[in-house]
Design a protein around this ligand. Structure first.
Ligand SMILES: [Zn+2]
Length: 259
């Protein structure tokens, strides 16, 4: 300890460490995730704060509380990875026009639902909205939702509404291009993918009839669901909504790059 001549402990600020707490210290939990059994190590306090379900798992009396080990064989590791990044820094993944990142966001939404993390679900919905303001919607996302989500879930509703909107307003994106199309080869390939995926979706029974009638009955001039501002398709307790951002303009965003 270095003290000044008059007795003041001038260097103490540099040396006093007792009050310091870091989220990177403290006990950890070992979590084995997915069919490949990938191992993640996460700080217990962070996990408990992020999810009431993990909090319950790690509470007194549970085996996980004694071992500090959790096994989640049915969850995808790619989604758990995003959940973990969120738990530490509240940083959502950005869907940057890359279809893989859309799949990641969708899988993570479902996982966040399982572990009761509505805030993460809502930022993922906002990311997906941003993505579909600019990029094509691929029908396989709704096919996945038909198999994996209840039709009452907010993500199912969003995917259903978005495809309904696209089919009603941009039907040519889901039809094979004419012979004399000027689309580049990569564009033609993507278009063909959407056509095949739509055929697959339409073979899925009840949901395809529902989609047909939704497209048929969609109100003329109704905007893209991806452009709905605020808490549309968010998960909230009754009466709750996201804190309002300070906005000087209440004008709806112009249609811009919607394709
Ligand atoms: Zn909200």
């Amino acid at each position: 300890m270095v003290a000044s001549k008059d007795g003041d402990d001038v260097m103490s600020d540099f040396e006093e460490d007792a009050e310091f707490k870091s989220c990177w210290s403290g006990p950890t939990v070992r979590i084995t995730v997915g069919s490949n059994a990938q191992v993640f190590v996460i700080h217990k306090d962070i996990l408990i704060e992020a999810s009431p379900v993990f909090k319950a798992m790690l509470s007194a009396g549970m085996i996980e509380q004694q071992t500090n080990e959790i096994t989640l064989p049915e969850d995808p590791a790619r989604a758990f990875n995003i959940l973990m990044v969120w738990a530490y820094g509240r940083n959502p993944p950005a869907c940057t026009g890359d279809e893989d990142s859309v799949v990641d966001a969708i899988l993570t939404w479902k996982m966040a639902d399982k572990y009761a993390m509505p805030q993460l679900q809502n930022v993922l919905i906002d990311e997906l909205k941003e993505h579909w303001k600019q990029f094509h919607f691929y029908p396989r996302y709704l096919s996945w939702a038909v198999r994996n989500l209840p039709d009452t879930s907010e993500l199912y509703k969003f995917l259903f509404d978005q495809l309904t909107y696209k089919l009603a307003n941009r039907p040519y994106s889901y039809q094979l291009a004419p012979q004399d199309s000027t689309l580049a080869a990569s564009g033609l390939q993507c278009q063909e993918k959407r056509v095949r995926q739509l055929e697959n979706l339409l073979s899925m029974g009840e949901d395809s009839a529902k989609l047909f009638w939704a497209v048929q009955n969609l109100e003329k001039g109704k905007g893209s669901p991806a452009r709905l501002e605020g808490c549309h398709y968010h998960v909230h307790a009754d009466g709750e909504e996201c804190p309002q951002e300070d906005s000087t303009s209440t004008e709806p965003e112009q249609s811009g790059a919607d394709i």
